[in-house]
Design a protein around this ligand. Structure first.
Ligand code: ADP
Ligand code: MG
Ligand code: MG
Length: 909
């Protein structure tokens, strides 16, 4: 810091077509400051000003106010003098005053930073000077009252007294409007404005105990320090933590000469976009207001009008306004001020070409002269993101690699699920919020039990939590809402797999299964009531919010084709049914990385045979039950192989503890006892016997196959026979048989022998053969450590990062919901490691396992099939680890394909 003091400037000037900074300096000047400098340098009409660097903010946080003011005072004063000479006005002058705006601006645009203060430098004397100079008393007093309002709120902390109260200044204005019988701010008379200024100052004195500062320099330093302070305000800190932005970034402060949009009917202000931020359509669009300042357009004080004639006509159509009425009363800027419009249009083109991206701009017209106040790469929907990038590529403005790098992977999600109608969403009432567990819009009637999901045509399954038994109901319901559980809870994982909207862990919900009610904030909802879920944001809405089908536009397909051109690592899918497999194929999956065979056993006709197998006391009994399961399982595999059309299919042998398959309700237990001709007590005993203290660490995975080899035998038979059957139909498939939960070499060896000898037996029986692989999951830390030994026997590895995370951290996936949110809130963990791979810790095991495996078998096929396979930062890590493929749920396949391409591109630059 000491060295900085001597060599580095802390204030960067811009204006009059020159600038000290440029758009590359966002870290130092903030996004807003860097772009103001750039615009100034390329000749845009930007009001002159200066930017105090983010480094000064960091110094302020370390050294305090006095030290920093001392360091920047001279630079600030001379920069103000520079504005004065460019504008021909003087700060604080009574005849010809300069007023400025003070604007915050971090390196990324961030809600929670200080709001802008406009018209700073005004006081009782200066306002008179402004009147004299402009000959516009209305404007001068309007500016003064705006200043006190903004400075009071932002710098002096004049906030509503409680959350039920309104802003103290708004209250005064409302009062006056009532008294005068007027509606709009623009209807105030000069006397009204003078009264408001007086009353505002009075309110400040009463609430803060201090007089409103009249000295312009005192006002300026007050605002600068307030911007610095806002970096550590609650809202900003919250937002920073959410996005992992470090505290030492700091914010810049922009001080800029005011230009006035509130000078009368030849003045105004507006915002515009070079393309449509919702659809991506290449049309210039935006809104403006005549005789208005700053945020009036977005604040909704008055209804703004459209900038282009086309936009205005489209608006009129929606608003059912006749063309004559529109042209007369709601003209576009294009019609009302054609010269200014032409100029603005030329700037928007210039800026978009300059930045090669869609721009979001702010402008102000002062007495017929146009000023540009801000530009930035505009925020956009997923659809717009794709269309804009593809259009820019076709226009030759960016190359293919850049096009792909411009994609925010998670935003593609929006394109894959039904979405809420945006206008309906605006009107909807949010009743609570949970975790955005699985994106998409869902609307339906509340049901509390999975087996009642088909009670209504559209239902939302509302549960405290879900279990494997709920699977069918979850599939029927339009959306799933749970009070408990995290992003990897059963509900969340299953819903994502199904591509179904799900909100989990909505703690505010009190669910009473007995009364079939859901209570939030004292409000009660009943079975059959409509609710709506936005799985992308976690918002839960009252009633029925209209949804629309997403349009998989042509550009989306083009982006995917382009991805595949650059991707090296392949993308497979986790699919348990032919239906899922087909969806994934349509999304471009190049094989299946995980088929969980247990899901096949939950369907009504199978669960019975499964239960009989589990309840059997003898090997013979078990084999008999398995014999019943064999044809069903075989036909499942045939369906999946067929759907994958020659792409590789990895099938995992039975994994979950048997306890999950047995009935836990008395009625079903009785039923089973009757069917099996055994006593109810025998069933109960078996259920009790299967219960485990730590089922996740219990009798599951290959431990099942090693204690009941006949299960492995049956599953192998089903797989190999299915492959041979398909071969006869001309469909080649190379099944990859995967042994779960291996920790020792012997565990794998035993399973491998069963698999290979069973296959050999079938080949003999059928007098035919198929190729197949036998590999293992690496999901127990010990397996990663022993990877070189295991690789001697295994044909492939697939990292099961869910279990690997669970066992490396020692966090039970099913119980982590109790402490993970608190850990994240306290910063003990940055993110949920079940959602985003812990590259630092668990990642070491993944790397080590891969390296050790390949040290023995150079071309060992390595993939990953945990939930992380569809999470962008994890996918990039897997690419860098040298994996052959990632496998994820069908609806994440396009995202993983994109990230695979991005990772490959990033690795070459
Ligand atoms: P935000 O980051 O919230 O957009 P801004 O600093 O951009 O805040 O400013 C808020 C509003 O005030 C914008 O409409 C902007 O155009 C306007 N504004 C900022 N500085 C000036 C200025 N010097 N003259 C006129 N209007 C300004
Ligand atoms: Mg702005
Ligand atoms: Mg596992």
């Amino acid at each position: 810091m000491e060295i900085l003091q001597d060599v580095k400037a802390r204030v960067y000037r811009f204006g009059n077509k020159v600038a000290d900074g440029n758009s590359k300096m966002k870290n130092l000047l903030g996004g807003k400051g860097a772009n103001l400098a750039e615009m100034s340098a390329i000749g845009m009409p930007v009001p002159p000003g200066f930017t105090i660097t983010t480094e000064a903010c960091t110094e302020y946080n370390l050294l305090g106010q006095d030290a920093v003011v001392e360091r920047i005072k001279a630079e600030v004063e001379s920069a103000i003098a520079n504005i004065e000479s460019l504008m021909g006005t003087t700060f604080g002058d009574k005849e010809n005053p300069l007023l400025v705006s003070v604007r915050s601006g971090a390196r990324v645009s961030m809600p929670g930073m200080m709001d802008t203060v406009l018209n700073l430098g005004i006081n009782d004397d200066v306002v008179l000077g402004l009147v004299k100079k402009t000959n516009n008393e209305q404007f001068a007093w309007d500016s003064y009252r705006r200043f006190i309002q903004m400075y009071g709120g932002v710098v002096l902390g004049m906030k509503p007294a409680s959350k039920e109260d309104i802003d103290p200044f708004e209250e005064i204005m409302e009062h006056l409007k009532d008294k005068r019988g007027i509606k709009l701010d623009t209807e105030f008379t000069i006397q009204d404005l003078k009264d408001l200024v007086y009353d505002f100052k009075d309110a400040v004195k009463k609430q803060t105990g201090h007089s409103f500062p009249t000295d312009p320099w005192e006002q300026l330093w007050g605002a600068i320090i307030a911007v610095f302070n806002s970096w550590n305000g609650d809202r900003a800190v919250y937002y920073r933590n959410m996005h992992n932005y470090p505290a030492d970034w700091g914010t810049a402060v922009n001080v800029q000469a005011m230009v006035y949009g509130n000078m009368g009917n030849n003045s105004g202000t507006g915002v515009c976009f070079t393309r449509d931020a919702g659809t991506g359509e290449n049309v210039f669009n935006g809104e403006y207001l005549i005789n208005a300042q700053g945020e009036d357009v977005v604040a909704g004080v008055r209804t703004p009008q459209q900038i282009t004639k086309l936009g205005s006509q489209r608006w009129a159509e929606l608003a059912k306004v006749e063309e004559a009425d529109r042209a007369e009363n709601y003209p576009s800027l294009e019609e009302l001020m054609p010269t200014i419009f032409k100029e603005l249009d030329s700037y928007q083109k210039k800026l978009e070409n300059h930045y090669c991206d869609m721009q979001d701009m702010e402008f102000t017209m002062q007495d017929g002269k146009l000023w540009i106040l801000q530009t930035r790469n505009g925020k956009r929907t997923g659809a717009a993101m794709v269309k804009i990038a593809m259009d820019l590529l076709k226009e030759g403005k960016i190359d293919e690699k850049e096009t792909l790098l411009r994609m925010q992977p998670n935003k593609l999600d929006e394109l894959l699920h039904p979405v809420f109608d945006t206008s309906a969403l605006k009107r909807a009432h949010v009743i609570a919020q949970g975790l955005p567990a699985s994106p998409g819009a869902a609307t339906g009637k509340i049901v509390f039990f999975a087996d009642e999901a088909n009670k209504f045509k559209n239902s939302i399954l509302v549960r405290i939590e879900t279990s494997p038994e709920d699977l069918e109901g979850m599939n029927i319901a339009k959306g799933i809402l749970t009070a408990r559980g995290g992003m990897t809870s059963h509900a969340a994982v299953v819903a994502r797999g199904m591509g179904k909207s799900c909100i989990s862990g909505a703690g505010a919900l009190k669910i009473n299964y007995k009364t079939r009610t859901l209570t939030v904030d004292g409000h009660e909802y009943h079975e059959g009531d409509w609710i709506s879920l936005n799985g992308s944001t976690g918002n839960i809405f009252e009633g029925k919010v209209e949804t629309v089908e997403p349009e998989l536009s042509g550009e989306f397909g083009e982006i995917m084709t382009l991805s595949d051109k650059y991707a090296i690592m392949k993308v497979r899918t986790n699919a348990d049914t032919p239906k899922d497999a087909k969806i994934a194929r349509n999304f471009g999956a190049q094989g299946i990385g995980l088929t969980r065979t247990e899901h096949m056993f939950f369907e009504v006709d199978r669960i019975k045979a499964m239960r009989e197998m589990i309840l059997a006391d003898t090997v013979k009994g078990r084999k008999q039950a398995l014999q019943d399961l064999l044809p069903m399982q075989r036909s499942d595999f045939e369906g999946i192989f067929e759907a994958m059309q020659g792409f590789p299919v990895t099938i995992r042998l039975l994994d979950p503890p048997l306890h999950e398959f047995v009935p836990h309700q008395l009625a079903t237990q009785k039923e089973l006892a009757d069917e099996m001709h055994i006593s109810l007590q025998a069933v109960k005993n078996k259920v009790a016997e299967l219960e485990e203290f730590n089922p996740m660490l219990g009798h599951r995975g290959c431990r099942l196959g090693n204690t009941y080899p006949e299960i492995t035998e049956m599953q192998t038979r089903a797989i190999i026979e299915a492959a041979i059957n398909l071969k006869a139909k001309g469909i080649v498939c190379i099944p990859e048989i995967m042994v779960p939960l291996v920790g020792t070499v012997k565990e794998f060896e035993y399973q491998e022998q069963i698999i290979r000898s069973t296959a050999a037996k079938i080949f003999e029986e059928r007098n035919d053969t198929v190729e197949f692989l036998v590999g293992t999951m690496i999901e127990i830390p010990r397996a990663a450590l022993m990877a070189d030994k295991i690789a001697e026997l295994a044909d492939f590895f697939s990292f099961g990062t869910n279990d690997l995370t669970q066992m490396t951290f020692g966090y039970s996936r099913d119980d982590a919901g109790k402490f993970l949110p608190i850990y994240i809130e306290k910063g003990i963990l940055k993110v949920d490691p079940f959602e985003v791979l812990d590259q630092e810790g668990v990642g070491q095991l993944v790397k080590m396992g891969t390296e050790r495996g390949r040290s023995v078998k150079q071309h060992l096929k390595v993939g990953i099939c945990g939930e992380h396979g569809g999470e962008p930062s994890s996918v990039e890590f897997f690419y860098n680890t040298g994996m052959d493929y990632v496998s994820c749920s069908p609806y994440r396949v396009p995202i993983a394909r994109l990230v695979s391409a991005q990772a490959a591109i990033k690795a070459t630059v």
